[in-house]
Write a protein that binds this ligand. Sequence first.
Ligand code: ADP
Length: 323
Amino acid sequence: MANISISARNLSKNYGKTHAIKEVDFDIKNGEIVGILGPNGAGKSTILRILGGLTTADSGTAIVCGLPVADNSLETKKKIGFMQENNPLPEELRVREYLKLRAELKEIPKEIIATEVRRVMDLCDLFRTARRKIIRTLSKGFKQRVGIADALIGSPDIIILDEPTIGLDPHQIQGIRKLIDMLRTKHTVLISSHILSEIEKNCDRVIIINHGRVVAEGTKQDLADEFVNENRLFVTIEGNATIFSNYLDEAMLSYQIDTTFENEKNMTHFTIQSPKTFIISNFIRAIENFEDCNLLGIYLLKPDLESIFLAATKRSWEEEMNH
Ligand code: ADP
C-alpha cells in the first residue's frame, strides 16, 4: 500500500535456543510516530535491527518504503536514519568532525555536506554549544543528540531510535522528547523504549512486545478499550471518611484513600476502581443520600499506559501458558 512506510511480515529470529522474536507482524504508515514498547529482552532491538538491515530475520519479510530489506539493504538503508541501542560514538572526535564523516559515509554530495551538518546540528541544538567539543566530554544527553543528529543526516524518510532516552535525567528526556516532536510530519519515526511514560508522550500509536511477540497495538485509547476493564474515579468527599469507606466496602469497590490530600480541612480524596459497567449516576445518587458526607467532586481518570501495558503483557503471558 502506498501510504505504508514500514511492514514487518511474520518476522522470526532465534539466537541459538533463544527465540528473540516470533511471527512479528505490523505496519507503520507514512508520517506516524510509533513506539515499540516492551520490557528488557522482549525483542525490540532485534526488530529494529532487522528493519534497519543490520541483521537478518530467520523467516518473514521486512519491507521498507515498498522494498524488501533483505534483497535491497543498500537502498533501504538510505531511507532510514538509525540510532542504535547504546549509541556507540567515537569518543575522541569532535562533534562537527564526526557528523561530517558520517555525512561523507552516507554519500551526501560534497558541496552540501557543510550545510547539511549545520542543519542537523541546529535541529539538535548542538551548533551553539557543542560543535567543537570532543564527544568524550559531552553529557549523556548531548551524546544522544549527536546520535539523533547522525540519524537525521540526509533527511531520510524514516528515523529509527533504539532507546533514545535510556540513562538520561528528566530534563534531558524532556529535551529529547521535544526533539522527537519536531520530527513529526517530516519523517516516519519508530522509537523503542522499556519506559512507558517516555513512549506515551511522543507517539501516535504503540506496539507492545512481550517475549518476542506483538501482544497489543493501537492508540492509547484503542488499547485502553481492549485491555482495561476498570474505570478509575477520583472522588472528593467532605465528611466522615470511615463511613464512606464502609459504604465502598459494602458496595465491593476497591479503593485507596489518597493520603497526599487526606484530611485537608474535612475533606478526603479517594481513588476508586470500578468495573466499566458501573453506573456513575447511581453512585452519585447513593452518596447524596448519605447524611454525613458531601460529594465535592468526582472525576474519571484516564487509564495510564502503565496499566494498559501490565494488562496486555499479563494477557499474553496467560495465553502462552494455555497453549
Ligand atoms: P530488547 O531490545 O527488547 O531488550 P533484544 O532484541 O535485544 O530485546 O533481545 C531479545 C532476546 O534476544 C533477548 O533474550 C536477548 O538476550 C537475545 N539476544 C539479542 N541479541 C543477541 C545476540 N547477539 N546473541 C544472543 N542473544 C541475543
